[in-house]
Ligand binder design. Structure first.
Ligand code: V47
Ligand code: SF4
Length: 380
C-alpha cells in the first residue's frame, strides 16, 4: 500500500483526489519528502482529469534575431557579450524575413521569436517585423518576446507596459512564450540574472498582456542554486497571478543544463528529480491547464517518462533551430523530430497524439483508429 493512515501524504492525496488545492507548506513537504511513485499517482490523476490521455504538440519554428546580449545571466551558454559580438549573430530585417519565407511551403502554425537584448532590436523594429510577418503570412501565429525584452524596449521607447504591449499587439503579436522567468525570488535571481527584469516586473508584464487579451506561458529554471522554498515561492506567485487573470496556458519547468556557462561547476539535477519536479508542478499548479516538457532541452527519454508524471504537452517541432540548449549541453544536439516520429513517440508511450495550434485548438487527432492502424502497418 502506498499510503499509511494519518500521514501527511494521506492528507495531501485526499485533497488532490477531491480536487482541492494544496498549500505552499504541503508543496514544500512534497519537494522535501515525497517519493516518485506516490507523486506519479497524484500527478497522473490530475493530468488525466484535465487532459485524459492527450499529449499535445504543435508545428512551429524558432527564430532568434540575435544571440548578442547586453545582459550577463550566469546560466546562459547561448549569448555573447557586446564586446565579443563578432562571435555571435545579429540578423537584419531582411535576413529575418528570409527565415520566415523559408517556411512558406511548410505546414507550420507558429513562429516562436526570442533572443538576446540589443539596442537596435527596439520597439519600432519589432512592430515593423511583426507587421511584415503578418502581411506575408497572415495565418502564422506570432508568439514572441519575453518580459526581458519587453522591459528593455518599453523603457527605451519611454512607454508604459500597457502602451508598448498595445502597439505590439496592433502590429501582430498574438501570444508570449514563457522565458525569462528563471527563479523569481531575489535571493536567487540576484545571483544568476541580476541585471534583467525582476520577478515582479516579469509578473506585471504578463498581467498587462493577459488584461489585453494575450495568452502566455510561464517557465521556471530549476536545478541550480535555488532551494525547494524558492521553487514553491515561484509556483505560488504564478498560481496567484493565474487566479487573477486566467491568462497562462502552460507551465514549463526548464532543467538547468551546465555546459559552457559560468555555472558549470554545479551538478545537474538527476532524472528522478526532474520527474519529481514535473509531478509536483502538475499537482501544485491546479489552475494551469497544461504542463510542458520541452524535449530539445530534457531529451527524448526523460520526455517519454514525463508523460507519466503530469506532462501533457511536448511542444514538438518539425524543425527546432534554437541553440539555447544544444549550446548548454542538452542530449539533443540537433533537435528535430518529424511529425511521424513525434506521433510514434507518443503512441509508443500509450498516449494520444494531438496536434494543436498555439491556443490549444485541436488541429488533428492522431489517435483515431484509422491512423493507429496505418501507423502499426508502417512500423510492422
Ligand atoms: O529564460 C537559458 C532558459 C529560457 C539555459 O513558452 C536555460 O513555449 C537550461 O523559455 N539550461 C528560454 N535552461 C526558453 C523558453 C522556452 C522554451 C521552449 C518553449 C517555450 C514556450 C519557452 O531558456 C530562458 C532560460 O530560463 N535557459 N539557458 C541553460 N543553460
Ligand atoms: Fe541575455 Fe537571455 Fe542569455 Fe540572459 S538568458 S544573457 S537575457 S540571452
Amino acid at each position: 500500500m502506498l499510503f499509511t493512515q494519518n500521514t501527511i501524504e494521506k492528507r495531501i492525496a485526499d485533497k488532490v483526489f477531491a480536487g482541492e488545492r494544496i498549500t505552499p507548506e504541503e508543496g514544500l513537504y512534497l519537494y522535501e519528502h515525497a517519493e516518485l511513485a506516490y507523486l506519479g499517482v497524484l500527478a497522473t490523476f490530475v493530468r488525466e482529469k484535465k487532459n485524459d490521455k492527450k499529449v499535445f504538440f504543435n508545428r512551429n519554428f524558432h527564430l532568434e534575431p540575435t544571440n548578442v546580449c547586453i545582459y550577463d545571466c550566469k546560466f546562459c551558454a547561448y549569448s555573447r557579450a557586446i564586446k565579443k559580438r563578432s562571435d555571435g549573430w545579429e540578423l537584419t530585417m531582411e535576413e529575418m524575413m528570409d527565415k520566415i519565407r523559408a517556411y512558406d511551403h511548410k505546414h507550420v502554425t507558429e513562429v516562436h521569436i526570442v533572443g538576446g537584448v540589443l539596442p537596435q532590436y527596439d520597439l519600432p523594429f519589432y512592430e515593423d517585423f511583426f507587421r511584415q510577418i503578418k502581411a506575408h503570412r497572415p495565418n502564422l501565429h506570432v508568439k514572441a518576446l519575453t518580459p526581458v525584452e519587453f522591459f528593455y524596449i518599453f523603457k527605451k521607447a519611454k512607454v508604459s507596459y500597457e502602451e508598448g504591449m498595445r502597439r505590439l499587439i496592433e502590429a501582430g503579436l498574438e501570444s508570449i512564450p514563457g522565458g525569462g522567468a528563471e527563479i523569481f525570488h531575489p535571493e536567487v535571481r540576484e545571483q544568476i540574472a541580476k541585471d534583467k527584469c525582476t520577478g515582479e516586473q516579469w509578473l506585471d508584464i504578463h498581467e498587462v498582456a493577459h488584461k489585453l487579451g494575450i495568452r502566455s506561458n510561464a517557465t521556471m529554471l530549476y536545478g541550480h542554486l535555488e532551494k525547494f522554498e524558492h521553487r514553491i515561492d515561484h509556483l505560488e506567485k504564478l498560481r496567484q497571478l493565474q487566479d487573477k487573470t486566467g491568462g497562462f496556458q502552460t507551465f514549463i519547468p526548464l532543467k538547468f543544463r551546465h555546459e559552457n556557462n559560468e555555472m558549470d561547476y554545479l551538478p545537474e539535477s538527476t532524472t528522478v528529480e526532474d520527474l519529481r519536479n514535473y509531478a509536483i508542478s502538475r499537482i501544485y499548479m491546479d489552475n494551469f491547464d497544461h504542463i510542458k516538457a520541452y524535449w530539445p532541452m530534457i531529451g527524448k527519454t526523460t520526455t517519454h517518462l514525463s508523460l507519466s508524471f503530469g506532462v501533457d504537452d511536448i511542444d514538438g517541432t518539425i524543425d527546432d533551430t534554437t541553440k539555447i540548449y544544444s549550446m548548454a549541453g542538452s542530449e539533443e544536439q540537433n533537435p528535430a523530430m518529424t511529425t511521424a516520429e513525434l506521433i510514434d513517440f507518443v503512441l509508443s508511450a500509450g498516449y494520444k497524439p494531438i496536434e494543436r495550434d498555439t491556443l490549444y485548438h485541436i488541429v488533428h487527432d492522431y489517435s483515431v483508429e484509422e491512423y493507429v492502424a496505418e501507423h502499426d502497418k508502417v512500423s510492422a
